[in-house]
Design a protein around this ligand. Sequence first.
Ligand code: HEC
Ligand code: HEC
Ligand code: HEC
Ligand code: HEC
Ligand code: HEC
Ligand code: HEC
Length: 497
Amino acid sequence: MKRIFPTSFYNPITLIGTSIAFVSFALIIFLMLLELTAGEQKPYMGIIAFVILPAILIIGLLVAIVGIIREHRRAKRRKDSEEYLPSIDLNNPRHRTAFLYFSFGTLLLLIFSAFGSFKAYEHTDSDQFCGETCHVVMNPEYTAYQFSPHARVGCVKCHIGPGAGWFVRSKLSGTYQMYAVTFNKFPRPIPTPIENLRPAQETCEQCHWPKHFFSEKMHQNTYFLSDEKNTKWTLDLLVKIGGGNSEAGPTSGIHWHMNINNALTYVPIDSQRQVIPWIRSRAPDGKVTVYRSTDNPINDADLQKYVSRRMDCLDCHNRPSHIYHPPQRSVNHVMTAGWIDPELPSVKSVAVKALENPYTTKQTALDSIKLVIEEYYQTNYAELAAKKKTEIARTVEEVQKIYSRNYFPEMRVSWRKFNNNIGHMYYPGCFRCHDGKHVSEDGKVLSRDCNICHTILAQQFEKDKLRISLGGIDYRHPVDIGDAWKQMNCSDCHSNQ
Ligand code: HEC
Ligand code: HEC
Ligand code: HEC
Ligand code: HEC
Ligand code: HEC
Ligand code: HEC
């Protein structure tokens, strides 16, 4: 065969290197064409075409260059010449061809790598990459995210945000995560709060202007008790979100007190930030008030041992996107919609129990849910089971759906592992501070009055008379627990059901 390149090119190492580079280049072109023509994107295609193959291509080229250098060294030793580096002589036709090929190849590589690195950047920032490439690991977050208000907001908008610094940081820690995933060294579940999550000012507040005024938001909740009749109970709450700007707009409500008008700093003593013995509030006029917990007293020396935290959006909205709902809430929800028939006896408690049994894999869970529910009606209500076949089948289907969106046994993820700080029913939430047991030096108590954060507009039990008042009615707990709900945190009982 006629040799068109300089002889130093013809050595096994260089030939192998070139072949590797050539094959990966051909594959990249093939995958790019496939991506352009295929309508729907495949999760692994991007990472192969724009991250893995280009890396192999570059390795191939490096191997080829190593081969040439080795060959040159050997030739130098043979000829005992003085030249340290290969000389390029454009009058030599072989050198000229090699030079042309090389220049053209470099140009092509530059163009493709510009395009490729853009695609690699775009791809590693896509929700698909975050959520699907690391299939098992991110599955809980990705699934919950798809059913959240932020389903159309990219993962990177909250986890990386704008600017080069955080981009580089995230790609560096991402490299470690790739290693952790490859070698199965990641924790299950992924621990929160995320230590170096970007501050809310630079993420949330890019879309949600902190001083924006929200008027009151109405929640109409329907609950079903765990008795045979699934006793129905409704509650209308007007949540006083508020906010605003003292120069321009109305100033009241939760956002105003907690985030705009007062700078709050607190000291949590557990990693989950659930136990808070000390809070300091600074008003715009500089007045400082310190509240201390009477339940968890702490002296100043011990206080120094913990890191304090300035309260921002994330201290309340810590789960804006990966919301794992408690089973009571999800089942109430689908029963309200009528997808689970409230006429099925004890269906609330059966559904909740089926969800809460400990399972080891998703598949066994889905199978067991079907078995548990069907068996329950077969044994206890045989006649009804025959009559209400479709309703029971639908119940099974809905409970399975709830399970697959909220429980991830492979990653040990469920609502119990991730406290949601909005509200106070299933998690301590607002009552971490507003438990009526945080007192300032001059005796001011952080109130847990039922009508400061929301107005309880109306309540109705089954067919009782509707109790309603625009000024707020006295709360009535759905089952008689005496005054316990006034003294204990709701979550003391409701996180254990
Ligand atoms: C609206 C903003 C937002 C979006 C969008 C978002 N996240 Fe998050 N994510 C958060 C916040 C806030 C936390 C921290 C929760 C905490 O500290 O308790 C978090 C936590 C996590 C965690 C830690 C484990 C956990 O469940 O808390 C993972 C993993 C995660 N996100 C992955 C993703 C992925 C993958 C996507 C895209 C599919 C995504 N996130 C989209 C705000 C967001
Ligand atoms: C890229 C823009 C963007 C970013 C960043 C963002 N959000 Fe949102 N947020 C949205 C959109 C869009 C909605 C949905 C609005 C709607 O459908 O009414 C939303 C809705 C919400 C809601 C209302 C949810 C509900 O139940 O209706 C809350 C609370 C919220 N975001 C908090 C946050 C927090 C906290 C962060 C930071 C971790 C954040 N957002 C980051 C765009 C964003
Ligand atoms: C003291 C706790 C607290 C803090 C701090 C806080 N919020 Fe809220 N926010 C709430 C509550 C409570 C609601 C009402 C939730 C509901 O109705 O379900 C709310 C509602 C919202 C909503 C939804 C409004 C709607 O119409 O549904 C958005 C958006 C929001 N907050 C964004 C933010 C942003 C951005 C920050 C930070 C600048 C922030 N919040 C800080 C407690 C807080
Ligand atoms: C870290 C402790 C802490 C947490 C958690 C907390 N708050 Fe507060 N909250 C305070 C303090 C301190 C004040 C009093 C500020 C002052 O000095 O005026 C306050 C005041 C308020 C006020 C004004 C009360 C009044 O008497 O007018 C509202 C409303 C409020 N908080 C709502 C909420 C809601 C809703 C949540 C949960 C989503 C929440 N807070 C969680 C510490 C907290
Ligand atoms: C510090 C503020 C605050 C105080 C005090 C407070 N709540 Fe709430 N509550 C909230 C917020 C915020 C929510 C809405 C949570 C959400 O978005 O689902 C809520 C939700 C609720 C719900 C609906 C729970 C659910 O998930 O279905 C009930 C019931 C309720 N509150 C009862 C009470 C009662 C009774 C009291 C008095 C003992 C009280 N609240 C005191 C802030 C407060
Ligand atoms: C001493 C324990 C205890 C305390 C404290 C408590 N509850 Fe309950 N709660 C119960 C029991 C028991 C039921 C009945 C559960 C059932 O039938 O499923 C119940 C039922 C409910 C229900 C309807 C059932 C559901 O989950 O759909 C709501 C809503 C409720 N409680 C709200 C609250 C609120 C809000 C607080 C705090 C202000 C609170 N509870 C404090 C024990 C308690």
